[in-house]
Design a protein. Structure first.
Length: 583
């Protein structure tokens, strides 16, 4: 396995156009193998991949890379991709996870047609093949405990020790294995092991366990089985049964490939080709399903679909479009060395997509009241606002303008520094789509806090410049005080404070790097009324603030918005520092 390398992403790759959306896939070593196989007729012109998740948790962005790779290759070469659940461990698997995985893959835009499979449906055939190896003297029943098997396995520099049960006769092994299946023995008392080579330099070949006893109900098979296949035994057999051509795995399975091949060769059955690629590592995140489960069970987050989680469901709830995730997976490419991609590149892909498709709206997160003294009381003026400057076909909407407005509190300073160009006493600014306004008075409460600005407006500047040619240096967003809608806004930051959450002192825990300020709830925000009829999942660009998604927690009259990404492009800074123009 190649040494792990830390990088922020390939700026050259980041500069590519949205290849995923266009279907123009850049080459990589896996596609090179597929094309070579097609040119030689190795698989009779067939390409059949598979995405084989274990239903023991929700999928994350790393799985999205594998999904896009497997389904993308099948689509590119007019092949097929199966969705198959490797449901061989009932102790950790649930129907909830099965349902979530199906939803995630479909939401990402991929279709397995009628090829939805479950490894557990092959249990009978796997068992019969195991009996075949027992009869050939290639597998035996071992009475050692799991700890004893581990202790006798040896190390990278020393051979393992043979089990005292290794030389049982095929007849005795077959009897014991059948009795294991019949439920005669307690959990952990016996295993079925392959008889290979306890001195092999590859520890995976040192008589690996094929079956363990587990008296636990399976979410799909019920209580039909009490012996369950190990992943290394089941993996290749499932691929063979489905006649997969290219079995694409992550790099940690590279040392397992000889075992994959050995099992298939000993049985003399159809033999797919296993190919390994580097998994995705992303800054400010953890990708282990075990750790993600710890975050959920420890209530460090509000569930698998918490918008701070790197899960596909969390990103969907946060407002990441599937097109952006596919584009991200296309941009980072496929390689054979481990690397870490900067989270800013993922945000760039999201921002790039939403800039084209998200309708605009105005919202004020921390309102400061503005009274236009020379504007008629009770008058409501409907101003035209552009829905999306990137899409002329999106048209315009009406925004109500009234005597009393709200602006962002940060857009006013009573004693501004030199480079502050927004509103201040005696200063004039433009209100977006509306008029020039000038601050003429500041109202404070008993504690000296600014609570209201008194302003005047120039009626001749509606939607444009001043007739006399005077200029302003800032344009502010705003909402009508009377016509705007109260909303709750959730502002999300990285879940961890460090790019590498495992960067802790010796003996420390990654949880020490949790960002305690990763969620800020803003309860006094207000938006223009155009969003009133939006459905959960609707996306908007709140002008000057970022992109926001209407959350499923919203109730009639009480919208809740999640900030998807800011308008600020951190990826541009990464590229500038790297000395490239990039994307």
């Amino acid at each position: 396995m190649a040494k792990d390398e830390k990088r922020t992403g390939d700026p050259a790759e980041a500069g590519e156009s949205q290849a995923g959306a266009a279907g123009d896939h850049r080459g990589d070593f896996i596609r090179d193998i597929v094309e070579q196989d097609n040119s030689t007729g190795k698989w009779g012109g067939r390409v059949n991949t598979r995405f084989p998740p274990e239903p023991n948790g929700y999928l994350h962005i790393g799985h999205a890379k594998s999904i896009c790779l497997n389904f993308g290759i099948a689509k590119q070469y007019a092949g097929k991709c199966n969705l198959r659940f490797d449901d061989t461990n009932p102790a950790k698997e649930e129907q909830e996870y099965v349902d979530s995985i199906i939803e995630d893959v479909r939401w990402l835009g991929w279709d397995w047609e009628d090829r939805l499979y479950y490894g557990s449906d092959y249990f009978e055939q796997m068992y019969l093949w195991a009996e075949e190896l027992v009869k050939k003297g290639k597998a035996y029943v071992c009475d050692l405990s799991a700890d004893e098997v581990s202790r006798t396995r040896g190390s990278l520099t020393s051979p393992g020790k043979e089990s005292p049960h290794r030389n049982r006769s095929p007849e005795e092994n077959l009897d014991l294995f059948r009795r294991m299946r019949a439920g005669e023995f307690p959990d952990g008392s016996r295993t079925l092991r392959a008889k290979i080579d306890m001195a092999s330099p590859n520890l995976n070949m040192r008589d690996p366990v094929m079956y363990r006893i587990l008296h636990q109900e399976h979410h799909r098979q019920g209580d039909k089985w009490c012996v369950y296949p190990m992943y290394d035994w089941a993996h290749g057999l499932e691929d063979s049964i489905e006649r997969i051509t290219h079995s694409i795995c992550t790099l940690e399975f590279e040392n397992h490939r000889p075992l994959y091949d050995w099992f298939i060769d000993q049985l003399g059955i159809y033999h797919p080709q296993q190919i390994e690629f580097a998994r995705l590592n992303l800054t400010y995140t953890v990708m282990s399903k075990r750790r993600l489960l710890e975050l959920v069970q420890g209530r460090h987050v509000q569930g698998w679909d918490d918008p701070r989680m790197p899960t596909i469901s969390g990103m969907r709830r946060r407002g990441f479009p599937p097109e952006a995730i596919r584009n991200f997976c296309e941009r980072i490419g496929v390689n054979k060395f481990n690397s870490t991609v900067d989270y800013a590149l993922l945000e760039f892909c999201v921002r790039e997509r939403l800039n084209r498709v998200a309708p605009r709206a105005m919202a004020v997160l921390r309102p400061l009241k503005v009274v236009i003294e020379n504007y008629p009381s009770g008058q409501i003026e409907q101003l035209d606002a552009v829905n999306n400057p990137e899409d002329p076909s999106a048209g315009t909407r009406k925004v109500p303008f009234t005597r009393e407005l709200y602006i962002e509190r940060d857009d006013f300073m009573e004693d501004p520094p030199k480079q502050f160009f927004r509103l201040a006493p005696g200063r004039e600014v433009r209100l977006r789509y509306a008029y020039f306004v000038k601050c003429v008075n500041v109202v404070k409460d008993a504690g000296g806090q600014v609570v209201e600005l008194r302003c005047t407006y120039d009626p001749a500047t509606r939607g444009g410049d001043a007739p006399d040619g005077r200029k302003v240096k800032a344009t502010l967003h705003w909402v009508s005080a009377a016509e705007s809608l109260p909303v709750q806004v959730r502002l999300y930051d990285h879940l961890f404070t460090k790019t590498d959450p495992d960067d802790v002192p010796e003996g420390g825990n990654y949880l020490a790097n949790l960002n305690l300020n990763s969620l800020e709830i803003v309860s006094q925000a207000r938006t223009e009324p155009s969003i009133a009829s939006a459905a959960a999942g609707s996306l908007f660009q709140f002008e000057r603030l970022g992109y926001f998604c209407l959350d499923r927690d919203s109730k009639p009259g009480k919208p809740v918005f999640n900030r998807t990404v800011t308008l600020k492009d951190a990826w541009a800074k990464v590229q500038k520092k790297a000395g490239t123009s990039g994307a």
